[in-house]
Design a protein around this ligand. Structure first.
Ligand SMILES: Nc1ncnc2c1ncn2[C@@H]1O[C@H](COP(=O)(O)OP(=O)(O)OP(=O)(O)O)[C@@H](O)[C@H]1O
Ligand SMILES: [Mg+2]
Length: 326
């Protein structure tokens, strides 16, 4: 464990980024271009959501970040150090959960963790049991700790993998689809655990194809599609990038729709006493639109702009036909 990794090398080398990639590219042997020129910046202290539909290159990126596979081109730095070259110095500070954690099915959850902890040369054997007990508690596996791992459900296996990543305090946690296989309650638990870890100062990088999840827990996000980065930044900014919907509630919907179209408002949709449309651009005064409705004799009961969600932004960025529901 080198001090250069523990100390502030990150801040000086990478402007406070714990992960930084430059034109990171992976072409698999079969010719599949899985990650294509990725420039990713993960700020220290963020909960960073790595979002993208199936096959968009999330796991491939994470494998490169963790030094498990070599990039075809480009570079990745983690905690201020190049990967995979500095893997031995960097990885002790990184907890990772990557697609389907390797478990010994014939061992109990607790024994899996004891074994995992024992494989870590920096882990003090005297405090091993306490560490394992705390990790089991944190992921809600205490009651099932004695059960053989092969009898675990998918969600329980996922929790056990997460517990393994949490045995030591880490500067960075990299979680590939951490809520995969969890029920809604389990997902909530993981979300609050992620928030807790972030509050303790751990940067959390997590991949997901669930927008909702990213929106609820992440401070920053990057959106991938077909191996390429579409956008990255603070979640609030990403959502703000997509226009919200203007929603007019009125007993005169047909007339309202006509006036809105006349006003140049697009994507007008009629539904009973509601007319919605794409919110006009920022330089357009909404008061004028409202006034045009009233002048035309439309009785306006409600006139609001609903804030765009990250999902709106995602759909706007990646186009329709993307399976984002999970
Ligand atoms: N070992 C491999 N050999 C060849 N192609 C691969 C390999 N692993 C992944 N791929 C391909 O690379 C692309 C990206 O896959 P990857 O697993 O990184 O996507 P993902 O975003 O993690 O998807 P998911 O949401 O399904 O986990 C896919 O087209 C996939 O088929
Ligand atoms: Mg994946």
């Amino acid at each position: 464990m080198t001090d250069s990794v523990r100390a502030s090398a990150v801040e000086s080398a990478d402007d406070g980024a714990v992960i930084r990639t430059r034109a990171l590219t992976k072409r698999y042997r079969g010719g599949q271009l899985a990650v294509d020129g990725l420039d990713l910046t993960v700020p220290a202290g963020s909960v960073f959501g790595f979002l993208g539909p199936n096959g968009s290159g999330k796991t491939t990126t994470i494998r490169m970040l963790m030094g498990l596979i070599e990039p075809t081109a480009g570079a990745a730095r983690v905690l201020g150090h190049p990967m995979p070259r500095a893997a031995r110095a960097v990885l002790p500070h990184v907890g990772a959960l990557i697609e389907g954690p390797a478990l010994y099915g014939f061992l109990s959850g607790r024994d899996n963790l004891l074994r995992y902890d024992a494989a870590d040369p920096t882990a003090d054997p005297r405090t091993r049991r306490a560490r394992v007990t705390a990790a089991l508690e944190r992921v809600g596996l205490t009651a099932a700790a004695g059960k053989k791992a092969k009898a675990y459900s998918l969600g329980m296996k996922q929790r056990l993998g997460l517990a393994a990543a949490l045995l030591q305090p880490r500067r960075l946690l990299v979680l590939d689809e951490p809520t995969n296989g969890l029920d809604p309650q389990g997902m909530r638990e993981i979300r609050s655990l992620v928030r807790e870890l972030a509050a303790e100062g751990t940067t959390v990088f997590l991949s997901s194809h669930l927008l909702d999840e990213i929106e609820q827990v992440c401070t920053h996000a990057a959106v991938m599609a077909q191996g390429r980065l579409i956008v990255q930044g603070p979640v609030a900014d990403l959502a703000a990038g997509a226009r919200g919907r203007l929603v007019v509630t009125t007993p005169d919907p047909a007339e309202a729709a006509r006036v809105l179209k006349e006003q140049g408002v697009v994507d007008v949709v009629l539904a009973e006493d509601r007319v919605s449309a794409e919110a006009p651009p920022a330089d357009r005064d909404l008061a004028d639109v409202n006034s045009a409705l009233v002048t035309a004799g439309v009785r306006v009961r409600g006139f609001i702009v609903e804030r765009a969600s990250l999902e709106d932004a995602f759909v706007a960025l990646t186009g329709e036909g993307f399976d984002v529901a999970g």
